[in-house]
Design a protein around this ligand. Structure first.
Ligand code: MN
Length: 251
């Protein structure tokens, strides 16, 4: 049986007269399918009991990209450059991330997802890189060019990390579509990749379970622009499969 992987959804407002949609970009689903997983879109339901039912059916969680996390959650006041906040989404993703990490269910965080992992464990964020970090690169460059596969900057990867082992390299070019980034790293996490300006571009858990967060968008690169990212999705799905079989043994 393929492992069942929940992909957290955003809320999309297309036309004012239509109800909003829950969903995500097709590339997240494609990346999970191509790595051998069964993707399931998880809507941002606010009720924790319902969320728990959804969570228990999953073998792993992919926290997807999106808008900004409410700063009050990590003890900050809103910066004037804070972007769109979706409280319902925060209230769904933060418990999902917290449960998965506590209960050793694999978690992969992408863009907003790396930020959700950090905040769920007690870390903080820069609310706006250009106005809060002097000399920073333009981390919205792929977005500004309207090209998900535009390689905006390099990252350097800690050689002794699980992430370096997975990717097989210590330097690579990545796309970049974010204006926020990790500030204080939460206990239990370790920063393992950085942009040339020092912005944290990847984290991993310090324990045995699979916890990886990346600030770039590998789901948009793995199919053709940079196939090396397939290793990350394969490792995630394999860990989810192991998690599935060990929970089946326990039951
Ligand atoms: Mn970046």
């Amino acid at each position: 049986m393929k492992p069942l992987i929940g992909i957290s959804c955003g809320t999309f407002h297309d036309q004012a007269w239509c109800p909003p949609s829950y969903g995500h970009r097709q590339t997240y689903v494609d990346a999970i399918l191509q790595a051998g997983g069964a993707p399931l879109l998880i809507p941002p339901v606010a009720d924790e009991a319902t969320l728990r039912v959804l969570y228990e059916s999953l073998d792993g969680i992919l926290l997807s990209g999106g808008g900004d996390i409410a700063p009050s959650i990590y003890g900050d006041t809103p910066h004037e450059k804070l972007g769109l906040v979706d409280l319902a989404r925060d209230e769904a993703e933060l418990p999902l991330a917290g449960w998965a990490i506590t209960e050793s269910k694999p978690v992969l965080g992408i863009c907003r997802g790396i930020q959700v992992i950090n905040v769920a464990l007690g870390g903080t964020l820069y609310q706006d890189i250009p106005s809060q970090i002097d000399g920073s690169l333009r981390h919205t460059l792929s977005y500004d060019r309207e090209d998900w596969t535009y390689m905006a900057h390099d990252i350097s990867i800690a050689p002794d990390s699980r992430f370096a082992q997975l990717m097989g390299v210590q330097t690579m070019a990545v796309n970049s579509l974010h204006h926020q980034s990790l500030r204080d790293i939460a206990p239990g996490l370790r920063a393992v990749a950085w942009a040339p300006d020092g912005i944290i571009e990847a984290v991993e858990g310090q324990g045995d379970s699979f916890i990886v967060g990346v600030q770039c968008h590998p789901e948009a690169l793995q199919a053709s622009a940079d196939r090396r990212w397939k290793s990350l999705f394969h490792a995630f799905v394999e860990n989810c499969a192991t998690c599935r079989s060990s929970s089946a043994l326990a039951a």
